[in-house]
Write a new protein. Structure first.
Length: 379
């Protein structure tokens, strides 16, 4: 090849690579949903392949529990079926009844006569489940209450939640066997609400989330700071953050060391509160309590489901004689697994939003074509 031809060849190669790089850049820019003008955003680089275990039968945790009474076969049937059609398994832990409690077995300072016995029984059921985590040596476990519900896209949601968790903890290296890591105590993924410290500036935002319920359907407990929602619309954005408060334990994950810390605080000592309030106290480090490491999404990924019927059927914890009729509802879950149960069992490819035209999300969603959006760390 003479010099003239060699020079022409170099020009062609350079032009090809320049065009290729411009194409890649333009594609990544088109697909980005970063809000314009926010220079303090960064993507997390944890690859999907590293988080592949979240697609397994325990949602990437080492074990999954559900707490409920054996007499409530209706709730056991429904949750077990909903879990199976969305791709995971649960082990049931027996609920505790007030008659099973002994005063002499209570932690120091706890008195059965001072607190509603059913609330103490619920606390004991969670303690028993944490004991099981420790006895079995599980590094992580996910715990549901028996009326829990979740989106049919729970695995995609949890994968991005894991990315957000790693971004907040500034972790670049992630074990495939522990896709959420273990450097935390509680992941408060399900409940009535969770909130950050009022001075918190770092958070992970997932804009344009089709599984995000409309703001009017979201909990008024906790939630993102006003400075966050000034940057990202609350209707369509899911936020992930370090939590210092929460309420309701419909679904939460625990590490082994987290279970140890909670048992030391709530089974050896006693905070004189229901379990969820005590857990919130520990997450916030209220008083002289050493703060445990808690992270949460808002809106929550797991929430309460109520079947159509009288209110007296809803809870087994608190006696309720209210015969007021209510329709079926899954609080703040768009594509509810339980509300789409018949379509999922039949193998249908689409599911329906319970909010219909009231939400910006699609009323009917094709699960095969669905792609969960990527989030961004905001600092």
């Amino acid at each position: 090849m003479n010099f003239k031809h060699h020079r022409a060849f170099q020009i062609v190669v350079a032009a090809f690579f320049t065009g290729f790089l411009l194409f890649v850049f333009s594609r990544s820019t088109e697909q980005s949903n970063w809000p314009h003008g926010l220079s303090h955003l960064s993507r997390n680089t944890v690859d999907d392949s590293v988080l592949a275990h979240i697609q397994n039968q325990t949602l990437g945790f080492e074990h999954v529990y559900a707490i409920g009474f054996k007499e409530r076969t209706d709730k056991r049937d429904f949750l077990t079926l909903a879990a199976s059609v969305t791709g995971f398994n649960v082990e049931w832990k027996e609920g505790v009844k007030p008659d099973d409690l002994l005063q002499k077995a209570m932690p120091n300072g706890a008195n059965l006569n001072d607190t509603e016995p059913s609330i103490i029984a619920a606390w004991r059921a969670h303690m028993n489940t944490l004991i099981s985590v420790i006895e079995n040596g599980y590094s992580t476990a996910l715990i549901f209450e028996d009326d829990a519900d979740w989106d049919v896209n729970i695995k995609s949601q949890l994968r991005e939640f894991a990315r957000g968790l790693h971004a907040l903890q500034e972790r670049d290296k992630v074990s495939k066997e522990a896709p959420y890591g273990t450097d935390w105590d509680v992941l408060w993924i399900g409940g009535c609400g969770a909130g950050p410290d009022q001075n918190q500036t770092r958070f992970y935002a997932i804009p344009d989330d089709p599984t995000n319920p409309p703001a009017r359907a979201q909990s008024t407990l906790g939630g993102p700071l006003e400075s966050w929602t000034e940057q990202f619309p609350q209707d369509s954005t899911r936020f992930i953050f370090k939590a210092d408060s929460g309420i309701c334990t419909i679904g939460y994950a625990i590490t082994r060391k987290g279970a140890q810390k909670i048992l030391a605080a709530l089974a050896i000592d006693h905070l004189g509160q229901p379990f969820d309030n005590s857990l919130s106290t520990l997450c916030g480090g209220v008083g002289d309590r050493r703060r445990i490491e808690c992270y949460a999404p808002f809106p929550q990924l797991v929430n309460t489901h109520r079947r159509a019927g009288s209110s007296s059927r809803d809870s087994q914890i608190v006696a309720n004689s209210d015969e007021t009729w209510h329709d079926e509802e899954s609080f703040a879950i768009v594509y509810s697994a339980k509300r789409n149960i018949h379509r999922l069992v039949a193998g249908e490819e689409t599911v329906y939003s319970q909010y219909g035209e009231m939400s910006w999300s699609q009323e009917e969603l094709s699960m095969k074509q669905f792609t969960y959006p990527e989030g961004h760390l905001v600092t």
